[in-house]
Design a protein around this ligand. Structure first.
Ligand SMILES: Cc1cc2nc3c(=O)[nH]c(=O)nc-3n(C[C@H](O)[C@H](O)[C@H](O)COP(=O)(O)OP(=O)(O)OC[C@H]3O[C@@H](n4cnc5c(N)ncnc54)[C@H](O)[C@@H]3O)c2cc1C
Ligand code: SF4
Length: 514
């Protein structure tokens, strides 16, 4: 993004707020606070780029992913790298898929309604107001009539369907499942984004996960961050935070970061950590802060995200066109389920390297079976889920003995899917398979996987069992706030980014009111 006319602050000046990270959790808050006249400095470990610099090449495109090593353990280790988080001005929204369902109100009351998991300390109606603010500002396309929430309105028509979308619609119709165009955070018409300029209508290139060259896909560097900079915020790219300094009263006084090999500090009156579900708890464990509850790093969650791929007789070329254009919410609370919560379904289209990696990791394919499946790549179409993951204290991020190049211990994440997640996957596989078979798939294969990095600094109403309060403020360090997907007390069935952005605006309002 264009940072040329950006305001600069002196490091010796005490700015009002330093924000670590410029993704979905950081950017809306940075924009809100700057618009209200606060002096905000955002420190971002990754580089700044322009949309036109993105490339659909999967190998070259990985420079927008967080590729630093993370240690992954447990019974069902999570895959990191391109599967899990981003790096750069814009964070993970540089490479996200822009599939943007709203959270289901029942998921925010999971404990009350099912006896499992936890309730969120957030009023669903209040959250909806923030979701609508985000949708209005960034632009979300969707169907004219949303079957599971008739009150909802999307202002832009959905993107064009591809062969894989058509297959999912046909298969769902045949087996009696309701499916429609998904809510997606991209423009389907040329759009003037305030302080950024023209975001072109989606050209259906299918390379959303490598970054959108047309700026059609919502990314923080084409929406909230240009707005923030126009209102005086400063963004420092390539600046990795390694330490936090406290004053004599135990409040944050300054942040230590490394930029161009130099260790620097920025004084601040308040600090917001928006570094994501792995780097935020890692920084807190490294500095020993905000962990009076002992909950930092605990309750790591990853959505069950099993995929079923069908081999069709005719080419599907599911990598062409916007990849996740169909949704079904029929299984958010399926009848007769033996688990708490439920799952969303969507169609899939992936680039070849991602497909190959998932065949290996999720399907155990190797040698001739792998090359055979890749030979048929163009004939495959897939459908997958995003399912509830219950919080569990044993699923935990800790610090490893190894350190990174800046001397910070690496994160180790141990994750084992629980009985509830296994039951969701077991329920979903035959449903997905029946959809693909009804659409004409000759054979199917199941690729197991999880998605997203959630939890680790949960919000709550009780300082003994949560890291931050219901608005993201640390119970232990009053001028430290967290705004990213680490604060989720449970995973929700909805994909997370829209909710993260909404909570980010809500945390900004709480900071302004404090
Ligand atoms: C391939 C893929 C597809 C996805 N598709 C979807 C989708 O379709 N829909 C959806 O809702 N979600 C999707 N997600 C998930 C979604 O993108 C993330 O959940 C969300 O963007 C996370 O936002 P965040 O602000 O918590 O963290 P991030 O966006 O990851 O932001 C953290 C930022 O902090 C920076 N940072 C970290 N540590 C430091 C440090 N020490 N110092 C300075 N900066 C630091 C990072 O570089 C990064 O820019 C997808 C994720 C992946 C990987
Ligand atoms: S499919 Fe559309 S939103 Fe995705 S990268 Fe291409 S132009 Fe951008």
């Amino acid at each position: 993004m264009d940072l040329r006319s950006m305001q600069h602050h002196d490091r010796s000046e005490e700015v009002d707020v330093v924000v670590v990270g410029t993704g979905a959790g950081g950017a809306p808050l940075i924009a809100s606070l700057a618009a209200r006249g606060l002096r905000v400095v955002a420190l971002e470990a990754g580089a700044n780029s322009e949309p036109g610099e993105h490339t659909p090449d999967e190998l070259e495109g990985s420079d927008i992913n967080w590729m630093d090593e993370r240690l992954s353990g447990g019974g069902t280790p999570t895959a990191f790298g391109p599967n899990n988080s981003g790096r750069g001005v814009g964070g993970s929204t540089l490479h996200w898929g822009a599939f943007s369902p709203r959270p289901d109100a029942r998921d925010l009351r999971l404990r009350t309604t099912t006896g499992e998991g936890v309730d969120w300390p957030v009023d669903p109606a209040e959250l909806t107001g923030y979701l609508e603010r985000v949708e209005d500002f960034v632009g979300v396309a969707g169907p004219e009539h949303y079957p599971w929430d008739p009150s909802r309105r999307y202002r832009m028509a959905p993107p064009a369907r591809n062969a894989s979308s058509d297959a999912m619609i046909a298969g769902c119709e045949a087996v009696g499942i309701t499916a429609t165009d998904a809510p997606v955070a991209l423009s389907t018409e040329d759009r003037h984004q305030p302080h950024f300029g023209l975001r072109q209508a989606c050209v259906n290139s299918g390379s959303c996960h490598q970054g959108c060259r047309a700026a059609a896909k919502v990314s923080m560097d084409t929406t909230y961050l240009p707005f923030a900079v126009a209102h005086g915020a400063e963004i420092r790219p390539d600046a990795t935070v390694t330490g936090i300094e406290l004053d004599a009263r135990g409040r944050v006084a300054a942040v230590v970061y490394v930029q161009e090999g130099r260790e620097l500090r920025q004084r601040c009156a308040a600090l917001v950590l928006a570094a994501g579900g792995v780097e935020t708890p890692r920084l807190l464990l490294h500095t020993g802060l905000a962990n009076g509850s002992g909950q930092v790093g605990r309750n790591f969650m990853a959505h069950p995200a099993v995929q079923v791929w069908g081999r069709f007789d005719t080419p599907m070329r599911s990598h062409r066109g916007y990849p996740s254009s169909i949704i079904s919410e029929d299984m958010v609370r399926p009848d007769g389920a033996d688990f708490a919560g439920g799952y969303l379904m969507q169609n899939l289209g992936v680039m070849p390297l991602t497909f190959a990696t998932t065949l290996v990791r999720g399907g155990g394919l190797w040698g001739r079976s792998l090359t055979g499946a890749m030979d048929d790549y163009a004939y495959y179409s897939g459908a997958g889920i995003n399912g509830e993951c219950l919080p569990s204290e044993g699923n935990r991020l800790t610090l490893a003995d190894e350190t990174d190049a800046l001397g910070v211990p690496r994160a180790r994440i141990d994750f084992t899917a629980g009985a509830n997640e296994d039951a969701i996957t077991a329920h979903a596989v035959p449903v997905l398979r029946s959809i693909l078979e009804a659409a004409g798939a000759r054979s199917t294969m199941v690729l197991d996987r999880t998605a997203h990095t959630i939890g680790t600094c949960r919000m709550g109403d009780d300082a003994a069992t949560s890291v931050v309060d219901a608005h993201g403020r640390s119970w232990d360090v009053p001028n430290l706030w967290i705004s990213d997907n680490s604060t989720f007390p449970s995973s929700l069935t909805a994909n997370p980014a829209l909710t993260i952005m909404a909570l980010s605006l809500r945390t900004a309002d709480a900071m302004l009111a404090a």
